[in-house]
Design a binder for this molecule. Structure first.
Ligand code: R5P
Length: 298
């Protein structure tokens, strides 16, 4: 039987996927030593060259989540299993190139570690570093983005109960919104400010696309983190007399950003790649379909 391993960030999601795909969840122990080091032990090691689907979402606590993932892959490989990664939310996705000389190339570094541990394939959802749905090359590892855009739109359509126009907060969302015909984009300009700490400080100015007033607007983005981008866009759209529905794949909603956004949005939805009060759409179904394809059920 094909096996599935759940890391700390994904236990609920992996249970639903295991039930839908008829895969068996392998129990494992994760502990912290008194000095802060992580310990991982698998309860079942009978892999015999089989595919093992390892689930981990890298938020909250991206660094500890990565260490647990690395150790889980290692334990699977040490016991003869083939490691297939299911990482619904992929952290470090915004450090997908070197912006300033001297910086670490964080995303490539994570990819290199995963490859060197022997991971064979990555399944992920709307990663910031690759916005088109479908197969892609993750620094030399075969990967697949199973986009949640259609699921979000299906849910939003029911909530809105009528026609709507999809709006992306910037041109960068073009590939993300490709499954939707006729999307328009806000004009976003980002100006970097001097910063003396690790945080990259910037100012964003956003302009309304033409002829968007008095409409139902579905404002969509891959990720809402600090909420700055989406809040500014929602505010402009609201002030132009639109009903504003916000949908994103990864709802991180740092600090008080969700409350701020609620001032300008009639409804806010996200998926469960990261659990939040807005996780109204589950990605369990699209992950299950992908796993079934890989194990050859369909
Ligand atoms: C930008 O390219 C992304 O698609 C998101 O718009 C951005 O990462 C959201 O970040 P924040 O919520 O911090 O503005």
């Amino acid at each position: 039987m094909v096996k599935l391993l759940s890391c700390s960030g994904t236990s609920e999601l992996s249970k639903t996927v295991a039930a839908a795909t008829g895969t068996e969840i392998v129990s494992k122990t994760v502990k912290k030593f008194p000095d802060g080091e992580t310990y991982v032990r698998l309860e079942d090691t009978d892999f015999k060259g089989e595919k093992v689907f390892i689930f981990q979402s890298l938020y909250p606590d991206p660094n500890n989540s990565l260490i647990e993932l690395f150790m889980t892959i290692n334990a699977v490989r040490e016991n003869g299993g083939r490691a297939f990664l299911v990482i619904p939310y992929f952290a470090y996705g915004r450090q997908d190139r070197i912006f300033e000389k001297g910086e670490a190339f964080s995303l490539k570094m994570v990819a290199d570690i995963l490859k060197s541990l022997g991971a064979e394939k990555l399944i992920t959802i709307d990663p910031h570093f690759y916005r088109k749905a479908g197969d892609f090359d993750f620094f030399g590892m075969p990967a697949r983005n199973i986009s949640a855009v259609s699921l979000l739109v299906e849910h939003a359509r029911k909530t809105i109960g009528g026609g709507f126009i999809a709006v992306g907060p910037d041109r960068g969302s073009k590939d993300f919104l490709a499954p939707l015909d006729g999307s328009v984009f806000m004009k976003k300009t980002k100006r970097f400010l001097p910063s003396d700490g690790p945080e990259r400080k910037y100012e964003i100015s956003i302009e309304l696309p033409e002829n968007i007033s008095g409409r139902n607007v579905l404002l969509m983005d891959d990720i809402i983190a600090s909420g700055g981008t989406i809040r500014k866009s929602a505010k402009i759209l609201k002030q132009a007399g639109n009903r504003v529905f916000v949908a994103c794949t990864h709802g991180i909603f740092l600090g008080g950003s969700l409350e701020e956004l609620k001032k300008y949005a009639d409804e806010i939805i996200s998926t469960d790649t990261v659990k939040s009060a807005c996780s109204k759409v589950s990605v369990a179904g699209i992950i299950s379909e992908e796993i079934e394809k890989i194990i050859g059920i369909t």
